[in-house]
Design a protein around this ligand. Structure first.
Ligand code: MG
Length: 273
């Protein structure tokens, strides 16, 4: 996709200039300060949560179980847009039949994202493969971390599907390192750290996106390079973009979500080569 206008080029150019300046200031910092230099500025103070999994003080709470957060932070992806039609009950929201996907109103880039999700307890055994409790968490509108029933033990009829489409896979690209899924009906937790891709003023990719994913406290992707936009049955590839929404997918299954929050993270220019 070509950059659409001169103004877009200017925006990207300015961003790159900022990044380069930041990169040089990082390099200058290394020169400027001695080891353990007491003149060096300490980072901002935030209040950590009392319990792991709860939002720290600098997080944006995207969904806390209330209709307030649902209406103020999310919109329907259906053509007519508007408020989210999903069911909301007992602190969670649930994909409703033909409700359509939803996305945040705000766009994000580099971030830390916490999402809890749950598949139904009793699932018809005849429903299998990608039809079995499918949803997904998308970063920047386009990079999907898969939601599916992939629980496995000796007493449970495992849902067979392709490896790069099971729960916590980076869909269509990379299976998780391990399968750390809980049983259907139990809440599962994604903690995601995401570094956005960078493009030059001509839209050429200069840094792939990177993602670290923990499922239920277990690292399943460790600083993984993302190959591009998630596609079905098609190799991923990049199209230039700046920021994007967090999206939750409606794949026709009643998946529940709760306790969603995000922290915007600064650029780390020393990663630019
Ligand atoms: Mg999906």
């Amino acid at each position: 996709m070509k950059m659409k206008s001169k103004s877009m080029k200017v925006v990207v150019g300015l961003l790159l200039a900022t990044l380069i300046l930041s990169a040089s200031s990082y390099a200058e910092d290394v020169e400027k300060y001695d080891v353990h230099d007491k003149g060096r500025k300490n980072p901002p103070v935030i209040t950590p949560p009392k319990q792991v999994g709860q939002p720290p003080s600098d997080a944006i709470v995207l969904f806390d179980g209330s209709k307030d957060t649902l209406d103020s932070q999310w919109v329907s992806e259906r053509k007519e847009g508007g408020n989210v039609p999903w069911k909301i009950e007992n602190g969670y929201m649930e994909v409703t039949p033909k409700g359509g996907g939803i996305r945040t109103k705000k766009e994000f880039g580099n971030c830390q994202l916490h999402v809890e999700w749950r598949t139904p307890e009793d699932i018809d055994p005849k429903i299998t493969d990608q039809k079995r409790c499918n949803s997904g968490v998308f970063l920047m509108d386009r990079y999907e971390v898969q939601v599916l029933d992939s629980y496995t033990d000796d007493n449970y009829k495992t849902n067979r599907t392709y490896a790069d489409g099971q729960a916590s896979a980076l869909y269509g690209q990379h299976p998780p390192i391990v399968n750390a899924c809980r049983k259907p009906g139990e809440w599962q937790i994604y903690d995601i750290s995401f570094l956005k891709p960078l493009f030059d003023e001509d839209g050429k990719l200069i840094r792939k996106a990177r993602i670290t994913v923990m499922l239920n406290g277990v690292v399943v992707h460790n600083n993984l390079e993302i190959e591009g936009t998630t596609h079905h049955k098609r190799k991923a590839s990049y199209q230039p973009h700046e920021k994007g929404h967090i999206r939750l997918q409606d794949h026709g299954n009643p998946i529940r979500f709760r306790n969603i929050w995000i922290r915007e993270l600064p650029e780390q220019p020393y990663l630019i080569k």
